[in-house]
Design a protein around this ligand. Sequence first.
Ligand SMILES: [Fe+2]
Length: 389
Amino acid sequence: MPYYRMVGEVPRKRHVQFRRPDGGLYAEELMGEEGFSSDSSLLYHRHLPTAILKSEAVEPTAATALTPNLPLSPRHFRTQDLPVNGDLVTGRGLLAGNADVRMSYVATETPSELYRNSMGDECVYIASGRVRFESTYGVIEAGEGDYVVIPTGTIHRWVPEGRVTAFTIEAAGHIRPPKRYLSKHGQFLEHAPYCERDLRGPQEPLIVEGEEVPVLVRTRGGLTRLVYRNHPFDVVGWDGCLYPFAFNINDFEPIVKLTHAPPPVHQTFEGPNFVICSFCPRPLDFHPEAIPIPYNHHNVDSDELMFYAGGDYTARRGSGIDVGSISLHPAGFTHGPQPGAVEAVIEAVRQGHSTTSELAVMVDTFRPLDLGPAALSVEDPAYAWTWAR
Ligand SMILES: [Fe+2]
């Protein structure tokens, strides 16, 4: 994250003695990216963050095999048909992925155990329900429409309040605001569709007492469960530019044009070889002869996966796509509005409709996406042929 926050108690200078009320030293920990050369935070623990008692291998509970998109086809997956399963970490049903990013869907009511993803950042989009995100940095209360961005290595857990559904994006690297939205020193620029005030970080420390606390750790080699001597939620204060935060999709300020604007205006975050875009309710393009839905397009370098989160998606009318659906339009295939959609929207505008209520999260990847078992279990096989009806 580009900007500085401080939560709880920290010493006036970094790397100096900082003592507990009983006279002992707090344990300072640096969480930093790119080998001391990028964003970092300093956290002050009551106990040693290095004290582990046990390490054991964990078998994955969900199927993780990926299948190439062959024969090549546009796809429609109905996540609304996936069952409630596991928790917000172990219950993820893998939808699609490649070496850069894995996307999953989860519906759950169960709190997760403590979890650390050491392979990369995660962006968890809460599609419905409310959930408390607890971490070494503190708590973020999240709800429908929130992206929760979690830096690599952050120990955290998810505690749902009732049923929660989420679309999860796991990167093999870091997820950040697009560089073009930021000044050379990291402040959001005036043309950016959101800014610092829209990002919600933890407000105060979260202290939990406990001993022999298991933490599920995801690494490139697989899953491990480390047992910590003391509960990792023992940070009395932290400061820096690296921390989890939430951003609500309804705080995204859509950019509109006289004629149709391409998806980069909807870009919200970027990761290694992928981007995340938010399609939000907005005025339609306002040229008197505008066609205010997308033209047919072939992004020759991208696979495009879209999660339909809410509203009415005019360009897909008649395709079977509904809220909760996911479409995958791969490179090698030209996609565009369903037949009749262009004339229908022109007529709607003529009758006075001037806005769209669509709400969607799109992930464009720069390398092909393979298909996950959860997606294949809820595929609508008729979708590929809907343009030819
Ligand atoms: Fe597209």
